[in-house]
Design a protein around this ligand. Sequence first.
Ligand code: ATP
Length: 987
Amino acid sequence: MIFLKKFEAKGFKSFADMTKLNFDSAMIGIVGPNGSGKSNVIDAIKWVLGEKSIKSLRGKKSDDIIFHGSNSKPKSEFAEVTLTFDNTSRVLHIDLDEVAVTRRLYRGDGNNDYFINGEQVRLKDLLDVFVDTGLSKGSLGIISQGTINWFADSKPEDRRTIFEEAAGIGLYIRRKEETLRQLERTQTNLDRLTDITKELQRDIKKLEVQASKVKEYKEKKEELTKLEISIIVKDVVAANKELDYVSKMLNESRNSNITLEPKLNALIEELIIYKDKLEQSDIKVSKFSFELNEIINKINKLEIEKSIIDNDLKLDINSSDYSSKVDALYEIIVNLDKEINSKKIILDRNKNEFEIFNNQLVELDINRNDFTNSIYDLTTKNVTNKTNLTHLEDTLRNKPNHDGGSKAILNNKDALTGILGSVMDFIKCDPEHAQAITIALGKNVQNIVVNTIRDARRCIDFLVNNKAGVTTFMPVYEMKPKLIKPEHLEIMQHIDGFVGVASNLILKLEKKIQPVIDSILGRIVIATTLEAASEISKYTFSLYKIITLDGQIINPQGSITGGYTKLANDGFIGLETRIKEVKKVIESEEAQINKLRIKLKENDLASMELRNKIAERKANIFKFDDQIKNLETEMIKYKLEYEKLSKKAYEPLEGNKSEFTLINEKLNLLLNTKEKVENDLYANQNNKKLLKKKIYEIEETIDLTRKAIDKNKDIILEFDKKELKNINIIDNAKNKLNDTYKMTIETAIESYSEPLTISDNVARQKIEKLNKEIGYMGNMNMDAINELKEKSERYDKMKAEELEIAEAKDDLLNSISELDKKAHEDFSNTINKINEELPKTFKYLFGGGDCRIEYTDPNNILTSGIEVKACPPGKHINSLFALSGGEKTLVALSVLFSILKISSFPLVILDEGESALDPSNVERFANIIHAFSNETQFLVITHRPLTMEKCDKLYGATMLTKGVTTMIHVTLSDAIKNYANDKPDAE
Ligand code: ATP
């Protein structure tokens, strides 16, 4: 049988060059002188088949098997040997017809590479392929003198391996060993898992207690949260509703007082004026009454005098004395004439005054119209300005140029920390710069200024938690100012139209805020016009943004953004100044309106007086007109009588006046004066009446107004308290929501507005109870539920794994017992069979005697050692120690050949295995192996011609080059001639 087909070695021991041997025969002999390298072939084969012990390869260290150089050849860097096997009968445990096994070792690194058919494999894979082939370590497949000694001298337990190999249970044993190792690993795993599951069980028990506490806590907390926030929401909604009503009432009352208070002041002023007027009228009435009395007294005196004369004259008229009668008539006519003239003067004066007063009244009416119109115009303007003011104030408060995020932060400023305001809150500038600064600020106007990064982070968390939008935060202590280079500033300052650096145009800026403003406006320049801006940009290399007062922009790098923009309310930043201005205008308008109102009152008073006077004059005109007419009728009567009597026309008197005339003249004068005084007196008396009435009316109105104001004040006081109370409720709610639930009021209202199923009172009691209960629960492991879940999952997994491993362990135990069973069967069969063959083979080789093998521990066949009981013919020896070298060889060969009989090894290597035998035994030896060569390939290193003769092919090992083995094919005769120990004739 040919099993090993090819041997290739390079760099292995003395095989410096590539040495190829084609083993195409069943029995190959290797011959050669001592030290020529024959055994190196066996070493090479052993090495390839996985020999780990360098000592058994006759070296000390791994480099010793690499060609170490000779006089003519340098040392090799690696050793490589390949054996090619014919595996068509599947002797090897691999499903290939031809198997080439290679081992390679590099000098110095000690690492071996193994290949099967060129593919790198592990040593273990290689050993698995050769198991039970008789070529493994400790089998009798490779026999040298050393093997024979080992066989004879080794302990029965070690010797057992030979028989295991023969029984073909090596594979089982390897599998069992593997399975046992696996079992050990499995057991270790199982123990580890059991420990872990026990530990986990303990943890789970603890965690279950903790988790149930946490669950209870969470349920309570959840209920508390729902109740507390719902109640807060209810309180806030109610407070807001009440606030609406309160602020409506406050607005109404305040607005009402805003109107009533000036009205009251105006009324008081009016009252003072009227009282003043009344006083003046009073004085005038007294004065005119006194004057009138005086005049009346005088008139009365004169009237008495006049009536005496008048009586006399009447007597005279009725007398019979013609001249007295004529004179008396004349006297009467003269005086009537005088009286008529005097009355006419009075009448004319009244008419004149009537005219004048009417004209004056027209003027006053015109004035009244003017005043009323002016008051109307100013009031209209005032109302517009007041509306504008409210709008501006609302704008300042509501910040419509701020997005949701900024507003949310500012609205919850008190609930957060470190918020200084939005950038807009710090921007104050001259109105003329407002447009440019607004553009310069852009969206930054709504950035939130905070103290520290931590404050900013808290705000961001707040916005995220409440889904309340996005904004930019500027921590004052972190902001890096962006400034214009001093040399560029120097240049700019010399260019006409440079207004300033935007950051320097901000007024009354706190030092702390400066870095924020510098970071936004520090590199922006304001210029008067686009020309100036271009000039500045040109000389500063287009490095800066330049904005003109009307809002055109030259960007860095030179692009221009321009056009018309109307910024509402100066872009909000000049708002405070605007508000102040509008307030001033409103105040001045109100002062003017008041002045005009007073003038109107005075005008009306004057009109009233005039109308009195006009009425008076009108009555006087009628009165005097009548009187004159009556007097004239009387005078005509007397004139007719006089002319009839005197027969001459009446001529007014020239020259000396009579006493009667003088009295009448005086009387007329006095009556004239009296009429004037009376006019004044009546006018003033009337005035007084009207003034009194007016004063009464004003006092009434003042009283009512005062009462209304006081009532409003009471309402304001009461509702101020209510407002404060409700604001406090909302503030507390905000703080509570933020501190405890990190929630805004808006989010709370959105999520917790569903009505509760219990009354508010019950809810509040429950909140108190829950708070107490939660307080009593003390510290707890909040992560317990997660930990429990995690540990339970882990426990389940580990438990499943534990069961799986326990099952695997059972499987392993089963397969071990099956392996044991099979091995037990195969092994005892083999031993039995060997014992059938061994005595025969022994007898053949020894020419008699007996030999058998025995278990040292028959009860434990699978571990028992194997003892060889050999008894050469005529000897009573039981121990192998007592045998000679040749006898030991024969015993070993007997066992080998018995084994070969029952289980054929594919290859047997004999390294001078027969050297200790005498020629007759050599012949028997040679015959046997030759007989076996049908089933087994033999590789024989020999010096014995009898053995050489039986070989099919002979290779001679020579050292043509010193230190380097060369293998050559030799003929039997050459071999015998050159390499045999014994001479053929001697055999
Ligand atoms: P004998 O018939 O005496 O048993 P042999 O023919 O079996 O001899 P080997 O033992 O195979 O001879 O070879 C021994 C030779 O191999 C020696 O010459 C030894 O110097 C040489 N040798 C051993 N190892 C190396 C090595 N690493 N490099 C070169 N030569 C080596």
